[in-house]
Design a binder for this molecule. Structure first.
Ligand code: CUA
Length: 223
């Protein structure tokens, strides 16, 4: 989860989020190179005494500063497309979780089982225990197994919400009258926090998401 003064992305809990972080760092390095180059050129433009009274056109330099950025963009576009298609790839999920956005809470359905559905409300500050995180904990958590492909269906009943869990690299809009799908593969156990990220009304900030992730062997020990 995000902790105090963490300005970077959260640590990933899924291979897809890992790829997203790699792409973010890759793009940031390119951005840094551009900033340094442009900064250096501007610095030199300001601090020299050259003049060019008779300048009308410069075909060659215009060719260079058109083609160079175009090539640079390709180095961002290709990995971006790779990531886009990677995020959409779903094969043979173990379970499907349906998450429904309401004003202002999430409800969940484990569609593979009969009648497994529940609401997930934020824990109010007055009922918090020292173990709770303010504005981030809920009364009923989602429970999912690690090391398995998981499908999630997202929808809403009233306005647009967004089911967003940064550590898993998941951010899907929940639209009324429409069913969105995404997938993730959680590769470590733990508790992962998310929040609605579509401005959905007065209590938009108060509909967090909590996922409890366990190893499947855990079940065998208790059965
Ligand atoms: Cu639901 Cu913002």
């Amino acid at each position: 989860m995000a902790t105090w003064s963490n300005l970077n992305l959260q640590n990933s809990a899924s291979p897809l989020m890992e790829q997203i972080i790699f792409f973010h760092d890759h793009t940031l390095i390119i951005l840094l190179m551009i900033t340094i180059l442009v900064g250096y050129i501007m610095f030199n433009l300001f601090f020299n005494k050259f003049i060019n009274r008779l300048l009308l056109e410069g075909q060659m330099i215009e060719l260079i500063w058109t083609i160079l950025p175009a090539i640079t963009l390709i180095f961002i576009a290709i990995p971006s497309l790779r990531l886009l298609y990677l995020l959409d790839e779903l094969n043979n999920p173990l379970i499907t979780l349906k998450s429904i956005g309401h004003q202002w809470y999430w409800s969940y359905e484990y569609s593979d089982f009969n009648d497994v559905e529940f609401d997930s409300y934020m824990t109010p500050v007055i009922t918090m225990t020292p173990n709770n995180f303010r504005l981030l904990d809920v009364d009923n958590r989602i429970i999912l197994p690690m090391n398995n492909q998981i499908r999630i269906m997202v929808t809403a009943t009233d306005v647009i919400h967004s089911w967003t869990v940064p550590a898993l690299g998941v951010k899907v809009d929940a639209n009324p009258g429409r069913l969105n799908q995404t997938n993730f593969f959680i590769n470590r156990p733990g508790i992962f926090y998310g929040q609605c990220s579509e401005i959905c009304g007065a209590n938009h900030s108060f509909m967090p998401i909590v996922i409890e992730v366990f190893h499947l062997n855990f079940i065998n020990e208790y059965m």
